[in-house]
Design a protein around this ligand. Structure first.
Ligand SMILES: *Cc1c(COP(=O)(O)O)cnc(C)c1O
Length: 426
């Protein structure tokens, strides 16, 4: 499938770069909506959306217009000065999300770091936790980014090995997933958080649905129980909505499925409209008020270009009907995947256009299926050995969901047929 030109690109990355990714053998050069093209002009359906960063679709014409317009005026001046766009962006951000305050950064990991700093300051200044004693409780299976502090509280050995020593002040409780043996109210998980709380606990930090952990959906009511636990103990609830937020699960935020109000919300990925790294930490006023000049910052955070793009990205969630589309087509995709009723599929889970298909591990690897899907011009990416995610841009049409389903069915069925004939042959 790959020709010499593609081989050269691939070789260059491996000769001159670091080997911190293992990409599929496809060299992409163009994108439009839910489609991508490789350097040969072969067209692929994108069912990955850059880990949900491209919810608006590739090369969104309105975002291209905004970028062009702004880049010709002003792009970056740092926060040493006021700029025309940041105030507008912050106003839109807080109005749409119904949070009091927003602090704009660039990457998701930086916004998580911002949340950690905010929570610790709140702990020391508002809760009188003794200096250097603040604790944050996280969940096993978490993914919050790649800084040394963040990988330090990961439960995945691949993320941490050889990167210590790590930042202290984090404790790990059990996430609630469909696979856990807990009761219908997920009390074992809640209990594990409860046990770790003490007078120095300033926050609980969780993903409402774990993405990189395997599209793990907690039982209904779990987040609400966690929110209640936080309120009872005067602890902040911080939710990482970097991947689950901005419509991905069929609501603005995944926590909206539970009707709660967290103290801090972390967003990123789709906030940049699939064009720029833009992230933000959103919180109540009393949490954000603990930042003062000099305590936190970012050269590029909240620059005029990012502010213009971020504001339009938020507005387009509604103008392009992305949240509703995610809800309706997500439900359709999920139903159709379940209806395939293939014996290779162990479970289909997720909300909105954010689905994980867990395959039986004795059949093949999820990575292998992603390779086979790529040969049929559908791009996605496994997470862990046994889960394939399907997370197309939220503007995808039903017709192209059907196209994806057809290819998925072909690959999964062929695989089963192969297995059966291999068995017969032996
Ligand atoms: C992607 C992701 C991050 C990290 O974002 P980066 O922009 O890669 O730093 C953090 N949390 C969650 C839940 C994510 O999916």
């Amino acid at each position: 499938m790959i020709n010499d030109m593609q081989k050269i690109e691939i070789t260059k990355e491996s000769i001159f770069g670091a080997q911190n990714y293992a990409p599929l053998s496809v060299v992409l050069e163009k994108g439009k909506g839910e489609f991508l093209w490789d350097v040969e002009g072969v067209k692929y359906l994108d069912m990955m959306s850059a880990y949900s960063a491209v919810s608006h679709g590739h090369s969104h014409p309105e975002l291209i217009r905004i970028i062009k317009e702004q880049v010709e005026k002003l792009s970056v001046v740092s926060r040493a000065y006021y700029t025309k766009n940041l105030g507008d962006f912050l106003e839109t951000l807080t109005k749409i999300t119904k949070m009091d305050r927003a602090l704009v950064m660039n990457t998701g990991a930086e916004a998580v770091e911002t949340a950690i700093k905010a929570a610790r300051r709140w702990g020391y200044f508002n809760k009188a936790i003794p200096e250097n004693k603040a604790e944050i409780i996280v969940a096993d299976g978490n993914f919050h980014g790649r800084t040394t502090t963040i990988v330090g509280f990961s439960s995945d050995p691949d993320y941490k090995k050889g990167f210590g020593p790590f930042t202290p002040g984090f404790k790990m409780a059990n996430y609630c997933t469909n696979h856990c043996s807990c009761s219908s109210k997920c009390e074992d998980s809640i209990e594990s958080f409860k046990k770790l709380i003490n007078k120095n606990t300033c926050a609980i930090l969780v993903e409402p649905i774990q993405g990189e952990g395997g599209i793990n959906v907690p039982r209904k009511g779990w987040l609400k129980q966690l929110s209640k636990l936080c309120k009872e103990n005067n602890i902040l609830l911080l939710v990482d909505e970097i991947q689950s937020g901005l419509g991905r699960t069929g609501k603005l935020f995944a926590f909206n499925h539970e009707n709660i109000k967290p103290d801090g919300v972390i967003i990123g990925k789709a906030l940049g409209g699939g064009m720029l790294p833009i992230s933000a930490f959103l919180s109540s006023q009393d949490v954000m008020d603990n930042f003062n000049p000099g305590s936190h910052g970012s050269t590029f955070g909240g620059n005029p270009l990012a502010a213009a793009v971020g504001k339009r990205s938020l507005e387009l969630l509604y103008e392009d009907n992305l949240i509703e589309n995610s809800k309706a087509l997500g439900a359709y995709l999920k139903k159709e995947l379940i209806n395939m009723d293939l014996d290779i599929i162990k479970e289909v889970r997720g909300e909105g256009l954010w689905l994980g298909v867990e395959i039986l591990s004795d059949r093949t690897s999820a990575k292998n299926l992603c390779k086979e899907l790529m040969l049929k011009q559908v791009l996605t990416k496994e997470t862990h050995e046994t889960v394939i995610r399907f997370a197309p841009p939220l503007m995808i049409s039903k017709e192209n969901i059907d196209l994806g389903l057809e290819k998925i069915n072909e690959v999964f069925t062929t695989y089963r047929a192969k297995k059966i004939s291999a068995k017969k042959a032996s």
